[in-house]
Write a protein that binds this ligand. Structure first.
Ligand code: GRF
Length: 224
């Protein structure tokens, strides 16, 4: 019998993405377990969620360490102690060191609330709304040593609507984050994800080449 994949989740905030993963696990749509939840913030709402679901958790605060490297080392040690196979960054608000990335090569995923490589960094929902793009969305990617630059696994696209603010657009994007993050973990856990250079190859996966979104939609005449 295959053993479910052991995840290590790192989160700093409310943890709605962690919750979506928990929900998929509990409803048996995702064969995985969160072996450990690590947070750098003792006030993080995600800790309560983990407690409610009986998930082992640990707070490792940066202030307890002299250097960033020492803090990252403590995180890595905890992940190894819990025999973690795949690291999931879910609203983890710190940049992880190259040593951390190298310790888990192509075994760290992140979710980003924009269509990378557009809008890397922070406050990107607001930046996308302010810029005037017609679409934004979210990206699940492997973490490399750059900021939001690793190979892309899955993306979901949402329209930007007239009058959108960072909040309204962010809420639309977040709904899709909750769908694609568990899906990316599922694909990985099924051994269907392979990194080839910058590309992520997903086996047994189909998409119609003529699936197109246009915003605003074409007028009746052009569409017919
Ligand atoms: C999400 O928007 C995620 O894309 C970003 O941080 C936010 C975390 O939200 N990296 P939550 O803590 O999962 O609710």
């Amino acid at each position: 019998m295959s053993r479910s994949i052991r995840l290590g989740a790192l989160a700093s905030g409310g943890g709605s993405n962690v919750q979506s993963i928990i929900d998929q696990i509990e409803s048996r749509r995702l064969d995985a377990q969160i072996a450990i939840l690590l947070s750098d913030n003792r006030g993080a709402g995600v800790l309560k969620r983990a407690e409610r679901h009986g998930i082992p958790r640990e707070v490792i605060e940066p202030s307890a360490f002299e250097t960033r490297a020492a803090h990252d080392q403590a995180m890595m040690d905890a992940l190894r102690r819990h025999d973690v196979e795949l690291v999931i960054l879910a609203g983890y608000m710190r940049i992880i060191s190259p040593e951390f990335v190298q310790a888990f090569p192509n075994r760290i995923m992140n979710i980003h609330p924009a269509l990378l490589p557009a809008f890397p960094g922070v406050h990107v929902q607001q930046k996308a709304a302010a810029y005037g793009v017609r679409f934004s969305g979210c990206t699940v990617h492997f973490v490399d040593e750059g900021m939001d630059t690793g190979p892309i696994i899955l993306q979901a696209v949402v329209p930007v609507l007239p009058g959108d603010t960072g909040e309204t657009l962010g809420a639309r994007i977040l709904k899709q984050e909750h769908r694609i993050y568990p899906e990316a973990i599922r694909l990985y856990s099924e051994g269907r994800v392979r990194v080839v250079g910058r590309h992520v190859v997903i086996s047994d996966h189909r998409i119609e080449g003529d699936q197109v979104l246009i915003n605003p939609p074409l007028g009746e005449t052009e569409a017919s």
